[in-house]
Design a protein around this ligand. Sequence first.
Ligand SMILES: Cc1cc2nc3c(=O)[nH]c(=O)nc-3n(C[C@H](O)[C@H](O)[C@H](O)COP(=O)(O)OP(=O)(O)OC[C@H]3O[C@@H](n4cnc5c(N)ncnc54)[C@H](O)[C@@H]3O)c2cc1C
Length: 402
Amino acid sequence: MELVLSNADIAFRDSVREFLDKHLTDRLRAGARATPSVFVEPDLALEWQQILDKQGWLVYHWPEEFGGTGWTPIQSYLFEKECALADAPSLPVLGLRLLGQVICEFGSDAQKTEILPRIRTAEDYWCQGFSEPGAGSDLASLSTRAELRDGQYVINGSKIWTTHAHHATHIFVLARTDPTVKPQRGISFLLVDLDQPGVTIRPIQGMAGDHEVNQVFFDNAVTGSNNIIGHEGQGWTIAKFLLEHERGGSCFGPKLLADIERIRCRALEMPDGDDACLADDQVFARRLARIELAAQALETTELRILNEVANGRQAGPQTSIIKLAASNLRQEVDAAALTAAGYYGLNLETQRPLYGNGRPVLLDGEAAMMAAPRYLNSRAWTIFGGSNEVQRGIIAKTVLGL
Ligand SMILES: Cc1cc2nc3c(=O)[nH]c(=O)nc-3n(C[C@H](O)[C@H](O)[C@H](O)COP(=O)(O)OP(=O)(O)OC[C@H]3O[C@@H](n4cnc5c(N)ncnc54)[C@H](O)[C@@H]3O)c2cc1C
């Protein structure tokens, strides 16, 4: 599907393309292409972050008073689409997109003045401490405790699946400050420095060989009472606001479509063992066509929601539709890429990083090297940010009204 753009939007898109041609280096593009996960390593992300900040385009989601660009929703979408098509590295969304917007919306004046600039400059690198060993989908049952003693919160408990905690300087935590009220009412949103004796970070290795996630333990860790966002008991409301931003408002369709096109090109080169190529295989061609139609439908849905946002409505729980469709498609696209890599796709390269001077020797090109790590890594899509089953529950209840 091609969006019908106004002349102003075409000029905007062209200016983004020109900027990317000029500033997105081959090193950054290659690093982003050779990353199996949603998150690139901080060396790539931070270099790209600085380039965008210099241009004034880093915190385009934020209100203009805090450095936002004032772009329309369609301009933000075009920017993300062009970045995805040009293989730009992903940005550290946990600070920039999630916490940044939470502070803009719920933070005190002091938090806005002190923390927002440090997120922009990457002086602070944030991770998200929501899930616990006994509380994932059922987040409201979380048991990490925070007790106010002598002007500071004392925190005990553990968070799990904490992405990039090993790189982070700080963590935003949902903790129980009042165990006597209804579970949702007793939760608060706290900002915690990771560099203190009461915090231990234990790595968890993913099945593709990546170290992305961790378990974080709090043993009498502390944070000042001024490091609460909003007021005590408001954590659940803030978490719901954050999760809507985590699940939607993103631009998944164009990247999926670009990846499908790459698979189609690769299938033209892949022999099918019968003097033809994989692209001629009717079963594979139909499979790719079906995925492509679904990705086009996703892009249309993304644009439809964007249009509603542009007209002043909230994206709301419809973002669950995007999260569900994008997660399923990501896995289908990565499975098709594995098929298109043929025998070479069976090789699981576990050395990291897969870019830069020390990268592994390529057996059959970059796409083949990336196929297995990506296929395994993208299993997580239907779990993180709320599992498929949970998204279906939200859609049934709040979108369809069942
Ligand atoms: C790669 C990765 C990165 C992550 N990063 C972070 C992070 O940075 N910070 C963070 O806080 N968390 C993070 N998570 C955690 C993630 O949000 C949780 O894994 C997710 O919410 C599911 O929780 P759970 O793992 O406890 O599974 P459970 O909630 O125990 O679910 C187990 C199964 O039961 C199903 N189920 C549960 N409830 C229902 C229901 N009501 N109806 C139907 N089926 C249901 C689920 O769909 C799932 O299949 C990450 C997870 C992954 C895999």
